[in-house]
Structures are given as structure tokens and as C-alpha cells.
Design a protein around this ligand. Structure first.
Ligand SMILES: [Zn+2]
Ligand SMILES: [Zn+2]
Ligand SMILES: [Zn+2]
Length: 298
């Protein structure tokens, strides 16, 4: 008579469970070292024993965004004929920036329990997902506010105030570009040929910004009221490229943290993006912005 776990002979005290026999301290949860012992409670799933935590984890619905079990509130969506369940924040992140927090695991699909997937060490925590959603959405909202305020001020003839809003807008772009630079730097330490994959977008965004300001300045000289079609379409593309670049940054941070185990990539990105709402950082940015000799950059 041998133990089903260690294959060593059993003596008089052993545990008999699920048709197998174990040394008392070898009868453990399949996913963690919890020992059930002779009278411990265990939960069976597909012929294996689990502790309550891992059993709940296994049978709970998994989020289509982060692959973690959903214990509380969830959204149910149909995607290409398949029912998907989402944490609300994971769904919003997917909806806004087309990013799934944990896409590689999603490819694994159903089937046998993969114990590795039970609790990925480098999984993004629920709290961090919530922070991603709040920081990214307020960043996007505040860029949109800058743009609409710029338009409003300029169309109302308040050019100085319009300029101030323009500076704020540029600060957002500046912070986003700096985050992407940091992430590229971080990812360059690993042999990653795919990188962040954004060659066109920063250039296109800069081009649109230049056109935007040039159209705005014409609005000033012509004293024409109302927003032209041209201006509105420029605003739409500005918002579009900013969204794409936010997506690039988020994907880069997720990649660095979940694939390359950089511990603080997401935290760094979020704190950088939050700088735009920091008064002190804003004051510093204005100073450096005004000191820059613009002609030397051209
Ligand atoms: Zn044993
Ligand atoms: Zn367990
Ligand atoms: Zn989720």
C-alpha cells in the first residue's frame, strides 16, 4: 500500500479520499500547500481535491479581460456568439482602449484545470485594474476638456486663455510621450522584437497638433466665429491618436509587468499620467515650456 502522492509505503494512519490513499500530510490542495489531514474538509473538482479558496476560484466565472475569477458584480456580454463575463472595470478598459488585461492566458481556452493558471504570480491585482481604469479615464477626460476649452476660448475671442489651455494640452501629450519612452527603455532590456509597435502614431499626432494650432491661429486672424468643419475633424483625429497612444502605453506596461515581471511598470505609468492633475508639476511644466526657445526646435 503506497501513498498516491509520494509513492512511499503507508503505515497504519493514512487518509482515504476520492478512492486514493495518502500520508496524512500528503493529502493537500492541488493548487496550494494546504493540508487537509484525516478529518479536513476538501472540495472535489474533476477528480482533484482543493481547499475552499481554490475551489471557489475554479468554479467562479472568469473575467474575459483579466482571467481572474469574478467574486462579485459582473457584466455579461456576447462576443462572436460566446457568452463572456467581465469585471466592470476590465470591460471599460477593453471598451475604451481595446485592451484585455491578460490576453495571453485568454488564448488558453477551457479544458483541463491548469494549475499554473490558478493564481498567476504576476497577475494584475483587482485594485490595480481599478486604478488603471480611473487614471486612464480621467486622463482622457482631461485631454478632451483641454481641447474643448481651447476651441471655446478661441471661438469666443479669448486668445490668451486659449493659449493657456493649449499649454495644458501639450503637457498631456508630453507626459504620454515620456511614459512611452520610459516603457520602451524598460522593454529594451529584454529580447523583445515586437516592442511597443508604434512608429506612425506619435508623428501623426504631432502633425495633427501642428495643423490644429495653425488652423486655430487663422481663426484668430480672420476673426471668424464658429468652429469650422476642418477644426472639428482635427479635434476628432487628435482624440483618436491620443487614444491609440494611451493604448500603446497601457499594453507596454502590461507586457513589462506580466510577461517580463517588471514589478512597477503599471504603477509608474499611472503615476506619470496623474502628473497632469498635479498643480506643482503643472507649474514646473509651464516654466520649462516658457523657457524653451521654440525656434530652436524648428
Ligand atoms: Zn506520501
Ligand atoms: Zn488551495
Ligand atoms: Zn477582470
Amino acid at each position: 500500500m503506497v501513498c498516491a502522492r509520494c509513492k512511499e509505503p503507508l503505515d497504519s494512519t493514512y487518509v482515504h479520499a476520492m478512492g486514493r490513499k495518502y500520508h496524512p500530510d500528503h493529502f493537500t490542495c492541488t493548487a496550494c500547500p494546504t493540508i487537509f489531514g484525516p478529518d479536513g474538509t476538501y472540495y472535489e473538482h474533476e477528480g482533484e481535491a482543493f481547499c475552499l479558496y481554490h475551489y471557489t476560484y475554479l468554479v467562479a466565472k472568469k473575467c474575459a479581460g483579466c482571467q481572474q475569477p469574478i467574486m462579485k458584480l459582473f457584466l455579461q456580454m456576447s462576443h462572436r456568439g460566446v457568452e463572456e463575463h467581465w469585471h466592470p472595470e476590465c470591460y471599460m478598459i477593453y471598451k475604451f482602449w481595446n485592451v484585455r488585461i491578460c490576453p495571453s492566458m485568454y488564448a488558453g481556452g477551457r479544458g483541463r484545470v491548469n494549475k499554473q493558471l490558478l493564481k498567476p504570480q504576476n497577475a494584475v491585482s483587482e485594485q490595480q485594474i481599478y486604478q488603471i481604469w480611473t487614471v486612464l479615464s480621467s486622463f482622457e477626460e482631461s485631454t478632451a476638456t483641454c481641447i474643448s476649452d481651447m476651441l471655446l476660448q478661441v471661438s469666443g475671442g479669448h486668445y490668451l486663455e486659449g493659449l493657456r489651455q493649449a499649454e495644458r494640452f501639450i503637457m498631456h501629450v508630453d507626459v504620454l510621450f515620456a511614459s512611452i519612452d520610459d516603457l520602451e527603455d524598460e522593454l529594451s532590456h529584454f529580447d523583445d522584437s515586437t516592442g511597443l509597435q508604434h512608429t506612425r502614431e506619435p508623428k501623426l499626432l504631432c502633425k495633427k497638433i501642428v495643423s490644429f494650432f495653425s488652423v486655430l491661429s487663422h481663426t484668430q486672424s480672420n476673426e471668424s466665429n464658429g468652429l469650422t468643419q476642418e477644426l472639428l475633424s482635427l479635434v476628432t483625429s487628435l482624440a483618436h491618436y491620443l487614444k491609440v497612444l494611451t493604448r500603446v502605453a497601457l499594453k507596454g506596461a502590461l507586457k513589462a509587468q506580466t510577461e517580463y515581471k517588471c514589478p512597477a511598470s503599471i504603477k509608474a505609468l499611472l503615476s506619470k499620467l496623474t502628473e497632469t492633475s498635479d498643480r506643482q508639476k503643472w507649474a514646473l511644466f509651464r516654466l520649462s515650456y516658457q523657457e524653451t526657445d521654440i525656434t530652436s526646435d524648428l
